[in-house]
Structure formats: structure tokens, C-alpha cells
Design a protein around this ligand. Structure first.
Ligand SMILES: Cc1cc2nc3c(=O)[nH]c(=O)nc-3n(C[C@H](O)[C@H](O)[C@H](O)COP(=O)(O)OP(=O)(O)OC[C@H]3O[C@@H](n4cnc5c(N)ncnc54)[C@H](O)[C@@H]3O)c2cc1C
Length: 391
């Protein structure tokens, strides 16, 4: 027999966007339920590098772009939440690094002058030397310059774990999702054998949004996928490093983050230009060779003989933009009772939730009276990619 439930906001997708939004809504007095067809965080979120960008990376080509402006406030909002004083109580989430670094292996390229003058980095970049350098760069043969950016790097597994706690009973493992129409309007969703009515339905299922929209007979908003071919390295000689290594271009040559594996070793997670177009075209063995060459050239003092390597292909899912460029903000579109969006960055999850809350306020949606949710089948927590690929 089918079960009938009701809630204020039904959220499809248990990545950072859905989990953050769910926690914000509950804090504002709304009831909400997150539907997840895979594992919590197991889409892009647990595959991200966990950098809470303040936009500095986007100012590398000198000009202050829309992205630099929109994202500039995110580190402050996350820091407040992590201190237990912000919009969400995220104390207990592990901060892997209090700073991300810009690392120029040679002399500074000329175009960085305007970068340092841009609003996104002004007053927030300090050069570091000697024992202030990240551990992996503390070697007598190190040459180059390193600048500290006031951008955090988070342990995303602990973040997803905390947001799952904040979700309380509001999580449901969902296999089949169909729209529920009443009087010609979207009244909720039919999830497996349950009819769930809601005042609003929010689709934030990352790459899954396209299929959900198709099931609703909608073509807009269109989605774009930007592929990446990331590299993971794990070994006893690796030391923590959180840095954009600068090449000559407008994108970092390689972006390194470091993650603690369950066995106590460090995992380097390598993105940036290495993982983009040319990297995507390489097969796994070629991509590993390219990464080994790059890291041997940049950090020759680190003994890589016992390092194990793997690659990960993953798509960033975003609203379609002309020329596959990176969108500037969290994105939200709405159509009557349906809201659809992508945060476009882990760091922009607060901005995504703001946009949903603004749409609820605009439509004067108030918390309703709903019977408490019964015990529901819970989706599992996703596992860190390095444990999947290198344990
Ligand atoms: C390699 C990589 C590195 C990145 N690094 C950073 C970084 O350092 N900093 C940063 O700010 N951003 C980073 N990003 C971007 C960031 O990860 C994403 O923007 C963000 O995680 C997207 O969150 P999301 O909740 O929209 O999507 P997802 O995390 O993909 O979550 C969507 C969820 O929806 C579920 N789902 C899909 N279809 C359905 C369905 N039909 N029914 C129910 N559930 C469904 C999925 O299983 C998934 O759990 C990175 C992205 C990648 C790929």
C-alpha cells in the first residue's frame, strides 16, 4: 500500500547543494526531505578538492571577473559556520588547511601585477618563506615564491557527515521518482511507493538534473558537463600541500590538495590544467605519466618510488553557458512550484541556499503543519574517492 507524506520543501539530490539547503531550511522552521538515489555526497561533492574559494584563482588573468565578485564573501561565511556562529552549526567539520597557497615555481609572471591589485585578492595575499612554507615545499633546494591566500580547504567527508547529522530524519533513499500533478500543478513527487506532497520541489541532483527535467518534460534550464581527468597519488613520502601551482596561463598549471587516508598516509589530489582538456584526452596510463613528470619536475626532492597512482574521470555539472565557460554564481531557475539549480562550486552552496530562500520569501511560502515523518529508508554515506581507488 502506498504511503502518503507531506513536507514544505522536497529536495532531490543529497550532494552539498541539497544537504546545505536542507539544513538551512530546517533552521528557518521549514520541514524538508532530501531524496537521494545513490550515496550522500557521492556525486561531485566527495570528488571535489574541498577548496573554499574566495575567487582569487579566477583573478589570475588580471581582470576582476564576475566570479571573483560573487564568490569573494564565501570564505567568511564558511568560517563563521565552522566556528559554530554562522548560518549553520558546522563545528566539528575538519579543516585540512586554513589557507590555500599560490605557488610560482619560477619568477613571478608579469601579468600577476594586476592580479595582486585586483579586489578579489587585495589585502588577502601574503608571501610566505622558510618554515611558514607548506610542508611539501620545505626543502633547501626549493626555489620559487609562495603566497598565502585566505581560502580554507575542508575535509569534505566530515562536512557531508555533519550535514547528514543536521538532516535528522529528513533523508530518503529513492530509486524511482515521478512527478505528482494535482489540478494541473506539480503537487509533489511519487517516490517508489510513496506519495510525497510539498509546497515546493527543488531539483539539485548535479548531473542527474538533466534526466529529472526530461522526466518532467522540460528542456530548460539546459545542463552542461565539463569533464575532468583528476589524478590521485598516495605514498609514505608525501607531505601536505594545498596550492595552485602557477604556469604562464590564466589557469593554475596544477592544483594540489592533500587528504588523510584511513591508513594514515597522505593522498595528493591533482587537478588544475593537468586535469582539463589535454588530460581528458589522455588515457589513464598516459595521464599518470604526465602527472608523475609534472610532480617530479616541481618537487624533485620528494621520493616517489613508493607512491601509488590512480586517475578519476568526473564531470562538473552546471547550467549550460556559451563556450562551456564557468558560470559565475550559484544558479537557480524556477517555474511555479519547481526550482532547479546547480551551486557550480562546493564553496557556493550558501549562495545556492540563499537563492532558494529568496524564492520562497518572494512567493510568501510559509512553514506548514505536517505530521512528523515516519522512519524512512536512509541513503548511505558516500566514501572518499581515495579510499575507493587507493586503499
Ligand atoms: C574534481 C572536482 C573538483 C572540484 N573541486 C572543487 C573545489 O575545490 N571547490 C569548490 O568549491 N568546488 C569544487 N568542485 C565543484 C563542486 O564539487 C560541485 O559544484 C558541487 O559538489 C556540486 O554539488 P551538487 O550538490 O550540486 O552535486 P553532487 O555533489 O553531484 O550531488 C548530486 C546528488 O544527486 C544525486 N542524484 C542524481 N540523480 C538523482 C536522482 N534522479 N534522484 C535522486 N538523487 C539523484 C546524486 O547521487 C548526488 O548525490 C569540484 C568538482 C569536481 C568534479
Amino acid at each position: 500500500m502506498s504511503q502518503s507524506l507531506s513536507t514544505d520543501v522536497l529536495i532531490v539530490g543529497g550532494g552539498i547543494a541539497g544537504l546545505w539547503l536542507n539544513a538551512r531550511l530546517r533552521r528557518e522552521g521549514f520541514s524538508s526531505l532530501v531524496l537521494e538515489s545513490g550515496s550522500l555526497g557521492g556525486g561531485q561533492s566527495l570528488k571535489s578538492q574541498g577548496i573554499i574559494h574566495g575567487g582569487a584563482k579566477y583573478a589570475l588573468h588580471g581582470a576582476l571577473t564576475g566570479a571573483s565578485e560573487a564568490i569573494a564573501d564565501m570564505p567568511r561565511r564558511w568560517r563563521e559556520a565552522l566556528a559554530g556562529e554562522g548560518e549553520l552549526a558546522l563545528s566539528g567539520v575538519r579543516v585540512l588547511s586554513d589557507a590555500h597557497y599560490l605557488w610560482s615555481p619560477g619568477s613571478l609572471a608579469g601579468n600577476l601585477t594586476s592580479f595582486f591589485a585586483s579586489k578579489a585578492v587585495r589585502g588577502r595575499v601574503d608571501q610566505v618563506k622558510g618554515d611558514q612554507l607548506p610542508p611539501a615545499l620545505q626543502d633547501p633546494s626549493f626555489k620559487g615564491r609562495v603566497y598565502r591566500l585566505a581560502e580554507l580547504v575542508l575535509d569534505v567527508p566530515s562536512l557531508i557527515g555533519r550535514l547528514t547529522e543536521l538532516a535528522g530524519e529528513g533523508l530518503l533513499a529513492a530509486r524511482q521518482i515521478e512527478p505528482l500533478y494535482e489540478d494541473g500543478e506539480l503537487a509533489g513527487l511519487i517516490v517508489d511507493n510513496r506519495v510525497i506532497r510539498a509546497q515546493r520541489v527543488v531539483l539539485c541532483a548535479g548531473a542527474g538534473n538533466a534526466g529529472l527535467l526530461a522526466a518532467l518534460g522540460l528542456q530548460q534550464p539546459a545542463q552542461q558537463l565539463r569533464p575532468l581527468h583528476m589524478v590521485l597519488a598516495k605514498g609514505p613520502a608525501l607531505r601536505p600541500l594545498y596550492a595552485h601551482c602557477l604556469g604562464g596561463g590564466s589557469k593554475p598549471r596544477v592544483t594540489v590538495t592533500s587528504h588523510p587516508a584511513a591508513d594514515g598516509q597522505w593522498v595528493w589530489y591533482l587537478g588544475g590544467d593537468l586535469a582539463e582538456a589535454e588530460g581528458v584526452a589522455r588515457d589513464e596510463a598516459e595521464q599518470i605519466r604526465a602527472a608523475q613528470k609534472e610532480m617530479a619536475a616541481l618537487l624533485p626532492w620528494i621520493d616517489q618510488r613508493e607512491t601509488r597512482w590512480a586517475t578519476l574521470r568526473v564531470d562538473r555539472a552546471e547550467p549550460a553557458q556559451s563556450g562551456l565557460v564557468r558560470p559565475d554564481n550559484a544558479f537557480l531557475a524556477d517555474q511555479q512550484r519547481l526550482l532547479v539549480g546547480w551551486p557550480t562550486k562546493l564553496a557556493l552552496a550558501p549562495d545556492f541556499a540563499d537563492r532558494v530562500l529568496a524564492a520562497l520569501r518572494r512567493d510568501v511560502v510559509q512553514p506548514g503543519n505536517h505530521p512528523p515523518l515516519p522512519e524512512l529508508p536512509r541513503p548511505p554515506l558516500g566514501r572518499p574517492v581515495w579510499e575507493e581507488l587507493l586503499s
